[in-house]
Design a protein around this ligand. Sequence first.
Ligand SMILES: [Zn+2]
Length: 417
Amino acid sequence: MTAVRAHIKAHSSSPHILLFNNLININQNGPLKCTPNVKQRFGPLESSFPLLGKKPSPFATFKKQPTVEELQDMLLTEIKRSSEDDEPSFVPPPFCGDEGIVMSGEDAATELVQNLGDPTFKSKGFIPNLECPVLDEMAAKTREKAAGYMEETPMMCSVFPCDTLIPLQHHNETMSYSTLLLGSILWMIWPPTERNLTLLHRAYDEFAIDPDEEKFNIANELTGGVVFVQTASEGLRVPPYCIMLGLATENSVLAKYSLLSATQFTAMLHKLPFLESWWKTEAHGKEKRADFALALLPRIKRILAGDFDPYPPAEFLLTGQKGGALFELVKGWEQVNSSIASLVDGETAKGIKEVWVDFLCKVVGRNCALCTGYLQDKRKEMLAHFQDVHWPKEKVGETSEPMEGVEMTGGDVTKSD
Ligand SMILES: [Zn+2]
């Protein structure tokens, strides 16, 4: 904790530092090196707890860190490329109310990168999640192996000018691995306990009704958090659904990629009501929701096809298997099917029913694997049974148009983009 306090003292001129000071001194959030009791609040596994150091960084084995000039060259190339693809590259968009656009996102991002070496440079925004194929290539051999994982994101860079507050938000459903390539960031990370997530859920709901950033001033109500400084070249692994707040205490460049496992996906299905509230607070929430909904079918299909389990799905009822992606999906289906039905369009709903019927007809014993009380292996009858018993009556979203584009949801590093 001495290092954190010294860091806070050294950056005491930051307008946001008092918040962190209070979170430590008044709200008693502690250091990352903590007792097993504090760790336990994050979850039962070693991987449930944030990890800081060389290990989570795919760049740790490099002989030397990139210089400011090398980073500038790389980022300027990527900004140019992303602008050609019409990707957003600056948050908040550098618009000036009624006066119209004063600077393009590309120009604002370029200006920020050109000034990375100037500690006195002031900027009103930051660059979120800029894809960096060059870094991807550099880290291709050293990043966490994706075996058993469902999906992984490409390497993305975020660039924060000094004194940027990275607002309170939940980390998405993935396990993320970030490396600070330049600067320093003071982090507070809280465990995804039911109490903490309920408080954040409420803040999302309130913000959706009245979009006032004050609604997110709930950090002092969250409990069990840990505080630490991530310095240049250090890696940080963050588990799903932790709640995060950050402060860039220098001009900082953060490179990050994420892995989504099949069991993280099935666990996430139980958090759909939380995500529905979060999407309402996001600048591109509707698109994110639509992308997410469209990605559900291929993910569910792979789990029901047995891609992530060591036994054939046909033997589901015979193995007595407890745990694993298929087991969790089957066990939790009745609790999540309503949220899914109201999220997806008609095409996706049809597809989800089809992949379930494929699975249910395949399971040896011909009992319905969901309720074990129904004997049938004919597709038509099984579909009727599934619709009748295992799909909600109220099919809210099924009349909407099919959606395009598939993307892993955000929720980390940048709350809005
Ligand atoms: Zn059934």
